[in-house]
Design a protein around this ligand. Structure first.
Ligand SMILES: Cc1cc2nc3c(=O)[nH]c(=O)nc-3n(C[C@H](O)[C@H](O)[C@H](O)COP(=O)(O)OP(=O)(O)OC[C@H]3O[C@@H](n4cnc5c(N)ncnc54)[C@H](O)[C@@H]3O)c2cc1C
Length: 378
């Protein structure tokens, strides 16, 4: 299918299915099965996977344009396929053996293999290189022990991409390797799904590996000690998708607040005609456009060669901070009604707060941007 046709299809899916059914996400605390089928059938799981593995092979600019569309709806829909299309499949694509690619990528492109990315631990968040989960080799097996935290889609996962320490003596990321672990393996327990401020309907529980025995060929690639490179490959992909998600969510927030401003009458005037309200709408729209431009620029650089880590960090940092400001203004425009549950702006206010925290907090993006720029200009 031509890209423009696919984009139109996803726009229609968002308008006709995703947005009208958003209330079901919180009511069911999950994405309904029938909508998961729509997502699978739409091809959204396939956008980042090459044609030879059954994917649609869209480039990053196209993936970003698609993300602007489907994230006008609740980001909970996105979270159900994001760990598969970004974090997991991209690491397999760049670091997996030919057998691992054949084994997992076609199923991921169809949405039949759900990938879940297991890096963070209770004591290792921003400092990912300090993870303690260990994988000990015994003959043709590895035995994994450790606890992972905030693992999105763990209850639905078919496959975990697990980062674990294979060389306990090596410092930092050097002793870390990545494993492709079948979620049905013995010794894996998924914890209770924690309640969250937002993204209700998405699950990010702890996952416990207790003497979990996996075949030696579960090691991603064929060598131990790949460090955090496979994880970062997925994370850079995901960071750009998060930046695009912030743009989609900001567009929706602006649409909702304009709709509200036109209908709310005070002092016998629609509040949309008041300069103070217009200033907030103008600031939100301008900042959204700036994010959109930054995200597209980073995506084009991604497509033209090596991964532009600084531009990606800047797009993720700016866009996640931008959407929080847009959400705050949108809520302000609603007055007291914005503080009551049951409307999209209040939900988006809660949902968008997450984007400054995961895939690297804003402080980690600032640190990465500054470090890279200082080095470049030395
Ligand atoms: C809903 C949700 C879903 C998630 N999904 C996943 C997932 O699927 N897989 C996964 O592996 N992880 C996942 N995460 C984990 C997420 O990536 C981490 O929460 C994030 O990296 C931050 O780590 P932390 O929460 O431990 O915070 P910490 O690292 O403890 O940070 C605490 C504070 O200190 C600041 N800080 C830390 N280090 C520095 C520094 N060097 N300089 C300046 N400030 C610093 C941080 O910015 C923050 O403000 C998810 C998290 C959430 C909330």
């Amino acid at each position: 299918m031509e890209f423009d046709q696919f984009l139109h299809k996803i726009r229609t899916l968002t308008e006709k299915i995703f947005i009208p059914n958003e209330h079901l996400l919180e009511e069911n605390n999950d994405v309904p099965e029938s909508i998961m089928d729509e997502i699978k059938n739409s091809g959204l799981f396939a956008i980042s996977i090459p044609v030879e593995y059954g994917g649609l092979d869209y480039n990053m600019e196209q993936q970003v344009l698609l993300t602007f569309e489907f994230t006008k709806a609740s980001a909970v829909y996105r979270s159900r396929f994001s760990t598969t299309i970004g974090l997991c499949s991209q690491a397999i694509l760049d670091f997996g053996t030919p057998k691992q690619k054949e084994m997992y990528l076609p199923g991921m492109a169809e949405g039949e293999i759900i990938g879940s990315f297991a890096l963070t631990e209770p004591e290792a968040g921003s400092d990912a290189a300090s993870i303690k989960t260990i994988a000990v080799k015994k003959n043709d097996f590895y035995i994994l022990n450790g606890t992972k935290k905030y693992i999105t889609n763990a209850p639905n996962a078919d496959l975990f991409l697990v980062m674990a320490r294979t060389d306990p003596k090596a410092k930092g990321s050097k002793g870390i390797s990545s494993f492709l672990v079948d979620a049905k393996s013995e010794g894996i327990k998924v914890g209770k799904v924690p309640e969250m401020l937002g993204h209700r309907g998405s699950a990010s529980p702890e996952v416990y590996f207790n003497n979990c025995k996996v075949n030696a060929d579960s090691l991603l690639g064929d060598k131990e000690g790949g460090g955090l490179k496979p994880a970062l490959r997925g994370i850079n992909h995901a960071r750009l998708h998060v930046a695009a998600t912030c743009v989609g969510q900001a567009i929706r927030l602006i649409e909702e607040s304009v709709k509200f401003s036109n209908s709310r009458i005070q002092f016998e005037t629609p509040i949309a005609e008041m300069p103070a309200i217009q200033n907030m709408i103008a600031d939100s729209y301008s900042e959204m456009l700036a994010s959109k431009a930054m995200t597209l620029e980073a995506a084009r650089k991604f497509d033209s060669g090596s991964i532009p880590e600084t531009e990606i960090a800047a797009a993720k940092y700016f866009s996640s901070e931008m959407v929080s400001r847009v959400a705050d203004r949108s809520l302000q425009i609603m007055g007291g009604a914005g503080y009551l549950e049951g409307n999209p702006i209040t939900r988006l206010f809660r949902d968008t707060r997450l984007f400054r925290l995961y895939e690297g907090t804003s402080q980690i993006q600032q640190r990465n941007i500054a470090r890279n720029i200082i080095k470049e200009l030395e």
